[in-house]
Design a protein around this ligand. Structure first.
Ligand code: GLU
Length: 476
């Protein structure tokens, strides 16, 4: 069997991390078996469409380092891959179901359907269509159509059947057919509903596996019934658990932080770290390792090993992974990736000397400004921080002695700086921790910084001397 998987985004808003995580699984399954990954735009819900959403979805998929074999822009043997350009197909297939008696025209007004629903809710019965139009005779239907009455086409669900499918992750799932509503297939404006369009397209595009979010499980019996009505073979399904919020409570939602796939990249998470994170959320390779390249994942991915339990979108783990991927980058590449995150006043000519000092401490690219600003912005220091546990007298002496020694330092290198400063400390027998912390705060304004002598070297002589003087004036 040729493996053909797909992702079918609806351009109704931003693409979420959950979408990319699901897309990755579809992509990996296709690549593992030498098959194709298809991207299809499901834009049949005209009311919920958001201007520009398609472009954003395509661009974020690429920003994550993923791509499709067939789909928008690229085309392919089953083009077009945008549902609004395939309306005649859905109309034709809906009509064929009417002709064979598996679907019927429904002329009920919106108002009648609303009343029906309100009554059913009041009587605590499950809201569903009551099949009033199923009982129209062909002549009555013909007359209404001829009179131009607006209608939809509904599936005539065969009652008394068990509808079942074998989910790759969850095993066999059964539904009773009479629990399935006579769903609308074709709307009065000639647009298909999601249910009709997804089945027609997955069939025509020869999709072999559908890996999608678990929120679609309840739609699957509707789809299976449609496949049956058409006499087609359904694809293999796997319904992927949703992510839980980082605090472990509830389905991941905007209310508890960002879910937008683009925003994680904007915050400075590397796409390859994000992909690795998605790989290991709810799935591990046979040897349980957690760091995997995309190629390794493709080799080992098996949807049957995805856990059916929802997993927490663990931001600590993501930060850990991102740090690993940042530290793996050669400095020149890291410098390149950092470009969009550098503030306007960052001294670009110093980037390659500053980076090795802070790369270890970056967990996201956007932290670059915070970690490096003392290299190029004025700092502020407080007397009490400079003094710490020492006396003002000693601290002044330490600063004065250091200034004098560094002014005379001919060679401003890490080795000379270290030798000179260690010598001062030993000769005067100052407490090493206190003295070094004083220097650190005086030259950077911070207590946690990259290694002191390297930092002083990169800051350069005039700046270090002026900051030491500034610290002295602070103590006056
Ligand atoms: N268009 C649906 C969505 O927005 C696709 C669901 C499916 O994968 O069947 O997620």
């Amino acid at each position: 069997m040729t493996v053909r998987t797909r992702m079918a985004p609806s351009p109704t808003g931003e693409y979420h991390v959950g979408h990319i995580a699901t897309l990755l699984k579809n992509y990996a399954l296709a690549k593992k078996h030498g098959g194709s990954f298809i991207l299809r735009i499901e834009d049949t819900d005209q009311e919920r469409q958001v201007e520009g959403a398609v472009e954003k979805i395509l661009s974020v998929i690429k920003a994550y380092g993923l791509d499709w074999d067939e789909g928008p822009i690229k085309g392919g043997p089953f083009a077009p891959y945008v549902q609004s350009e395939r309306l005649d197909l859905y109309q034709k297939y809906a009509q064929s179901l009417v002709t064979q008696g598996a679907a019927y025209h429904c002329f009920c007004s919106k108002q009648r359907l609303e009343e029906l629903r309100t009554n059913q809710v009041a009587q605590k019965t499950r809201p569903r269509y009551d099949r009033q139009c199923l009982h129209l005779t062909p002549a009555e239907v013909g007359a209404k159509l001829a009179a131009g009455q607006s209608s939809v086409i509904r599936l005539k669900v065969p009652w008394g059947q068990v509808v079942s499918f074998n989910d790759l992750i969850r095993g066999q799932i059964n539904f009773q057919s009479e629990d399935v509503d006579d769903q609308v297939l074709l709307k009065s404006d000639g647009y298909p509903t999601y249910h009709l369009a997804v089945v027609v397209d997955d069939h025509l595009m020869e999709i072999s596996h559908v890996l999608r979010g678990e929120e679609w499980i309840s739609s699957t019996p509707k789809h299976i019934l449609l496949y049956q009505a058409f006499g087609w073979q359904p694809p293999i399904y796997a319904h992927i658990p949703v992510f839980l919020n980082p605090d472990g409570k509830g389905k991941m939602s905007k209310r508890k932080g960002t879910v937008s796939a683009q925003s994680f990249l904007d915050q400075g998470y590397l796409p390859e770290a994000m992909l690795n994170f998605f790989m290991i959320l709810g799935w591990t390779p046979a040897d349980q390792r957690e760091i995997l390249s995309l190629d390794e994942y493709i080799q080992e991915f098996d949807p049957a090993r995805i856990s059916p339990k929802s997993v927490v979108f663990d931001l600590k783990k993501l930060a850990w992974l991102n740090g690993i991927y940042i530290r793996r980058l050669p400095i020149t590449q890291l410098a390149q990736r950092l470009q969009p995150f550098l503030p306007a006043d960052f001294p670009k000519d110093k980037l390659e000397s500053i980076l090795p000092l802070v790369a270890e401490r970056l967990t996201t690219l956007s932290e670059i400004e915070n970690l490096t600003e003392f290299f190029y912005r004025e700092i502020t220091v407080q007397a009490q921080d400079l003094i710490g546990k020492q006396s003002t007298q000693i601290v002044k002496l330490q600063l004065q002695t250091t200034v004098a020694a560094l002014e005379n330092l001919a060679d401003w290198s890490v080795v000379s700086l270290e030798t000179a400063i260690r010598q001062l400390q030993e000769q005067a027998d100052w407490k090493k921790r206190d003295y070094f912390m004083l220097l650190r705060i005086a030259v950077t304004g911070k207590t946690a910084t990259p290694p002191l002598f390297e930092t002083m070297m990169v800051l350069n002589k005039p700046l270090v001397l002026s900051r030491l003087q500034l610290a002295l004036t602070c103590l006056q």
